[in-house]
Design a protein around this ligand. Structure first.
Ligand code: PLP
Length: 387
């Protein structure tokens, strides 16, 4: 063998005696085959098989398998972001002439995707009241092929009756997809409540360190998995093994992180509600919260994300008050080690419920800093805004 050839041929290191606790990061675009015949039959390997790097490597398969187990599902796929996971589900299920129902408190880019992209393909959407429960049947008809659920809802945390919506949807011939990013599979398993597609933004609690973007879809039926893989392949969606590797590291500590941030967030939410009577604290564990009973029925606990609705009188003073923050950072996304505040308003984005006006809503994501310092930060901000 000449040296130029030797340069491109790595010797194989035997794995005998090497046992590590980590998942290797396998990189590949090309997958090589034993012979021409096997290459010719590569499609026979099916949606689980390795045929081209686009369809995954053992690194992404390991993450898929772990999510499948956590969700008690049949198969999972990994997408480049949570938003990509949502759009791939919708593009897999919906065809021109179909309609998708989305809840009023849906993650805002989903509403955008329906309005500005699906509409141009001749796919309609309708927005429903997230707390509608079994009365969703009144909005179902032959054209509705997918009912989307997100519980709790983005920013305003409405809890949905997933089982009631899923059974009404199935009775009317529609499939059901659920964004489970707030809960993660540790606190809620939508497939066990009748959902067909559960989606996670792995960017949040699985990643856990604000340094990666990934999404996943887990399904309860093989056919849905095959259809998702076909859509991903047509659209050219694939993920880097490095991102999967970070997610595989993050998921190892997810249970302790969620337990911790959930407990701290709940204590802080209770303290805020009892200390500042001018604030409306939206946290499902508070008995005053509208969806509290439903949340108790379905969820194993609460994660570290909740919201605070400020009184209108606060107006634009909120930005100045947030200038005193020492521990919280200001920013979107959540689920990382750093605690975040995201001041926002859902004005013009709500057709139902009491929050669609111009009040400021602060979304809180609790991270891993000391609870006392987090409380001091929030106390200082809301004390300034008391009057
Ligand atoms: C962040 C988020 C998404 C999107 O995830 P990305 O990975 O940022 O695209 C979807 N749904 C919910 C509820 C989210 O919080």
């Amino acid at each position: 063998m000449k040296d130029a050839t030797r340069c491109v041929r790595h010797s194989e290191s035997p794995l005998d005696g090497f046992a590590s606790l980590t998942v290797p990061t396998y990189r590949a675009s090309t997958i090589v085959f034993k012979d021409a015949e096997e290459y010719a039959r590569r499609k026979d390997r099916g949606p689980d098989g390795y045929t081209y790097g686009m369809n995954g490597t053992p690194t992404s398969r390991t993450l898929e398998a772990q999510l499948t187990e956590l969700h008690r599902g049949e198969r999972s796929v990994i997408l480049p972001s949570g938003q990509a996971a949502i759009t791939v589900i919708m593009l897999s299920v919906l065809r021109p002439g179909d309609c998708v129902l989305i809840p009023d408190a849906v993650y805002p880019p989903v509403r955008n995707f329906c309005q500005n992209y699906l509409a141009s393909l001749g796919i309609d959407h309708a927005i429903y009241d997230p707390v509608i429960g079994a009365r969703i049947s009144e909005s179902l008809n032959d054209r509705v092929k997918l009912v989307w659920i997100e519980s709790p809802g983005s920013t305003t945390l409405e809890i949905q009756d997933v089982a009631a919506i899923a059974s009404a949807a199935h009775a009317a011939g529609a499939l059901v997809g659920c964004d489970n990013t707030w809960a993660s599979p540790l606190l809620f398993k939508p497939l066990e409540h009748g959902v067909d597609f559960v989606m996670e933004a792995l960017t949040k609690y699985v990643g856990g360190h604000s340094d990666l973007l990934l999404g996943s879809v887990t399904v309860s039926q093989w056919e849905h998995f095959a259809q998702l893989r076909a859509t991903m392949s047509a659209l050219g969606f694939s993920v880097s093994p490095d991102e999967c590797s970070l997610a595989l590291r993050g998921i190892e500590t997810m249970a302790v992180r969620i337990t911790h941030v959930g407990a701290v967030a709940e204590r802080i939410a209770r303290r805020l509600a009892s200390t500042f009577s001018n604030l409306e604290v939206l946290h499902p564990a508070l008995p005053s919260f509208k969806g509290h009973e439903l949340w108790k029925r379905d969820f194993e606990g609460a994660s570290g994300v909740f919201s605070i609705v400020l009184p209108r009188s606060v107006g634009s003073r909120v930005n100045g008050a947030l200038g005193s923050l020492q521990t919280f950072a200001i920013g979107a996304s959540w689920g990382g080690t750093r605690s975040l505040l995201a001041p926002m308003s859902v004005e013009g984005e709500r057709d139902f419920g009491p929050y669609g006006d111009d009040r400021t809503i602060i979304r809180v994501s609790i991270g891993l800093e000391h609870e006392d310092e987090l409380w001091e930060d929030l106390h200082q901000v809301f004390d300034v805004l008391r009057e």
